[in-house]
Write a protein that binds this ligand. Structure first.
Ligand SMILES: [Zn+2]
Length: 372
């Protein structure tokens, strides 16, 4: 199984400058390839593949772009792979092969959105404790040591919120244990972040509200500064760091929740939420986009196999909220404002918390689907 660990780096100013050049190279190659694709589309000729673009670029590189910096050819190759992926996502999204939010045609990468990133192949880097050694860049300090033991497959070095980071992909040898925990259903809510079928309620994070206020304040501060001024640049960096902090806080909450879940349960039922569809319902959209449903599911799905647990996503037409868990009666008139489940069946009259009822239904449906 492949795991990734992202670690902050402490490069020297010289190393930082090499990073900027490598990221610039990757950006240049991506844009060069995208320009060729756009030209082909304009002329109505066959669109070149990312592989043919990569080969064509290699042919002319020495003659036309002798200044180009290479931390290894992987940075260049990967830029074309990224471009190929961006085009594929766009085409698949258009033809309906890719679900979820529509993906637009790739746009040129710009330096204005940060220095960007570049790929380093595994034969060009070594890791030893807190020391990372990259060919042509030398040894540099990592703020943490690598969490996983195994073969390093490659790494991406990226600039974000004023720092450089490395994300190292490791192939981990692993035989999952047999999980003996029960099945758990999770209902992601509005009032609380999540309710499990065990009756556990994970509250929405209040500190996010104040962090988001800080973001708003810094946004105003940026817009008041003169474009191109040093003060504006400083304010933009402050804003980026505040955004980053919010992202970290959100992720932290999700990591704690998903780790607890996979440890507790051998089978985890979640709803397959179509986030794009839910956006129509504004109240629900805010809650779900705030906690990042896709990230929640991604974390569960990569953590579960490691402990021998399974994740089952329930179809989005399954009426988890509108069905009584006690008798199966459906109440189609249930609105978002109704926080309690009062069963309309006169023989049942179950009175439950709405989210708990939903979590039970999700758990039971997951068990049914898993055939367990
Ligand atoms: Zn009932």
């Amino acid at each position: 199984m492949i795991r990734a660990h992202t670690i902050r780096l402490n490069p020297t100013p010289e190393q930082e400058s090499l990073f900027r050049q490598a990221a610039g190279t990757a950006r240049f190659c991506y844009n060069w390839g995208l320009r060729a694709i756009k030209d082909a589309l304009d002329q109505g000729v066959a669109v070149p593949t990312h592989r043919s673009l990569r080969d064509a670029f290699k042919q002319i590189r020495a003659a036309e772009y002798p200044w180009i910096f290479v931390v290894g050819k992987s940075a260049i190759d990967d830029a074309f792979v990224n471009l190929g992926r961006a085009i594929k996502n766009f085409v698949d999204s258009r033809t309906g092969r890719r679900k979820g939010k529509k993906v637009g045609f790739p746009s040129f990468k710009t330096r204005r959105r940060g220095y960007g990133s570049f790929y380093v192949a595994n034969d060009r880097l070594t890791v030893d404790g807190h020391t990372l050694t990259v060919q042509k860049v030398g040894a540099l300090n990592m703020t943490e040591s690598l969490r996983f033991v195994g073969k390093i497959l490659g790494a991406t070095i990226r600039y974000r919120a004023g720092w450089w980071w490395i994300s190292i992909q490791v192939e981990v040898d692993h035989t999952p244990p047999t999980h003996t925990g029960p099945a758990i259903g999770v209902d992601l809510g509005i009032k609380s972040l999540a309710v499990t079928s065990d009756g556990e309620v994970v509250e929405n994070q209040k500190h996010l509200t104040s962090a988001l206020r800080t973001v708003k304040r810094l946004q105003r501060s940026v817009s008041r500064k003169v474009k191109g001024s040093a003060n504006r640049r400083k304010a933009v960096l402050k804003l980026a760091k505040a955004h980053f902090k919010v992202a970290c806080q959100r992720n932290d909450v999700l990591h704690k929740l998903t780790t607890t879940l996979v440890r507790q349960a051998s089978l985890i039922g979640i709803e397959d939420l179509n986030v794009a569809g839910i956006v129509k319902n504004h109240k629900l959209a805010q809650a779900i986009s705030d906690v990042g449903f896709a990230e929640f599911r991604r974390q569960l799905e990569y953590k579960a196999p490691a402990v021998g647990s399974r994740v089952v996503a329930i179809g989005r037409f399954f009426a988890s909220s509108k069905t009584c868990n006690c008798c199966g009666q459906v109440n189609a008139n249930l609105t978002l404002a109704m926080r309690e489940w009062d069963c309309p069946n006169p023989d049942c009259r179950a009175h439950l918390d709405r989210d708990l009822n939903a979590a039970w239904n999700i758990r039971d449906e997951a068990v049914r689907l898993a055939g367990a």
